[in-house]
Ligand binder design. Structure first.
Ligand code: UD1
Ligand code: UDP
Length: 362
């Protein structure tokens, strides 16, 4: 029996792990030990995902919580090392690009436990993003790199990663979108609860440090959303980091601009699917917009998910000023022409199964 220790800690990792843990559970010869670092801990940032998505209860929650990057990552590293020494897994599995990813990968590499990385090879080519540092470091200590897209494979090859270590799997978030679509339709009451009509609102999320911790960029985004909201309702489920930043900046609800607590995944799927436009700086939400064929404005200078921009479904809207962001969002709201084609960019919905099979084989 091969033992795989998976490390999760932040919201998007719970969604990804939901699919991979289910696939691992269905794979003979593998036993998974799930460890939660505790990076995200609010009920609506963590527990809700475990409950709604049926993610197995973690064997261990390290309860690390929030801190500056070095302190948070260092505490995780120490606690994960202890957990790995106790559990003695054959392999460690990490997801995405958070501090939990980096700590998991590094702790394992130092103990000479082979590391597999789900969502390997993504690059923004912007080292000022903490996520970019985390991804590059995690990829280069991993020996099995599960790339969601061919662009990710090309990035890894360009950095000299041997082809035999890379596997193009498709995206586990696409698997999740397919798997939970019907459940979301049945269970979510978000539209009625929030008084939103299908196809008649904008959904926005903002949480990247580069946007929340820069007052001018935060003001550009929320100034634009407030203006847009006078014409079309704008719903923003607000990440806790952003809530704090908005409080510091004195930004509040205004006519049409609805600020709510983070929502669970099933509500989020419904809100995404029925939006007229999505504006976001999230990696996951950009892709989900495409899964549901909703146009997406990415509130950044660049994106790791370049194929979305190439396919014409995603436009980059850098948050330089409220006037510019408002103009660009308004244009997308009124003039967006749906591209004739919607190519299958993220695999066949079987990425998690392929990952589980590879983990068993190696
Ligand atoms: C982290 C990831 C980011 C990912 C995001 C997903 C890093 C460096 N960043 O960013 O890549 O896109 O998660 O959502 O790992 N907070 C709470 N309650 C919580 C969690 C956080 O109040 O449950 C607040 C705390 O004030 C904390 C702040 O949010 O300091 C930021 O949390 P943190 O986990 O450090 O980074 P995120 O911005 O969530
Ligand atoms: N998400 C959610 N509720 C919210 C905001 C996001 O369920 O209020 C989900 C979203 O659908 C996606 C994931 O969280 O599956 C994305 O996480 P996030 O935007 O926090 O991080 P990123 O993908 O940018 O790393």
């Amino acid at each position: 029996m091969k033992k795989v220790l998976s490390v999760v800690g932040a919201r998007p990792q719970f969604v990804k792990a939901a699919m991979v843990s289910r696939a691992l559970g269905a794979t003979r010869g593998i036993a998974e030990v799930l460890v939660h670092t505790g990076q995200h801990y609010d009920r609506n940032m963590s527990a809700v995902f475990f409950r709604e998505l049926g993610v197995p209860r973690p064997r261990l929650n390290l309860g690390i919580g929030s801190a500056a990057h070095g302190a948070q990552t260092g505490r995780m590293l120490e606690a994960l090392e202890r957990a790995m020494m106790r559990e003695r897994p054959h392999r460690v599995l990490v997801y995405g690009d958070t501090n939990s990813t980096l700590a998991g990968a590094l702790a394992a590499a130092k103990l000479r436990i082979p590391v597999a990385h789900v969502e390997a090879g993504l690059r923004s080519f912007d080292r000022s993003m903490p996520e970019e540092v985390n991804r590059v470091a995690a990829d280069h200590v991993s020996d099995l790199l599960f790339a969601p897209t061919s662009a990710a494979v090309a990035n890894l090859r360009g950095e000299g990663v041997a082809a035999r270590r890379i596997m193009l799997t498709g995206d586990v978030m696409f698997d999740a979108a397919l798997f939970y679509a019907e459940r979301a339709e049945r269970r979510s009451t978000a539209l009625a609860r929030l008084g939103l009509a299908r196809g008649h609102y904008v959904l926005a999320t903002v949480h990247r440090a580069g946007n929340t911790d820069e007052p001018r960029r935060l003001a550009a985004i929320f100034g634009a959303l407030a203006r847009l909201a006078t014409e079309c309702p704008v719903l923003v489920p607000v990440h806790p980091r952003t809530r704090a930043a908005l409080a510091r900046a004195g930004v509040r609800e205004s006519p049409g601009l609805i600020l709510v607590e983070p929502v669970g995944y099933l509500d989020m799927v419904m809100l995404e699917k029925n939006a007229r436009l999505i504006a976001t700086d999230s990696g996951g939400v950009q892709k989900e917009a495409y899964f549901h064929r909703v146009p997406c404005a990415t509130l950044r200078e660049r994106t790791e998910w370049v194929e979305l921009v190439r396919a014409g479904w995603n436009r980059l809207v850098p948050p330089v000023s409220a006037a510019r962001v408002h103009r660009d969002l308004r244009r997308m709201l009124t003039d967006f022409r749906r591209p004739a084609a919607a190519p299958g960019l993220y695999g066949a919905g079987d990425a998690a199964r392929r990952i589980a099979a590879a983990l068993r084989a190696r």
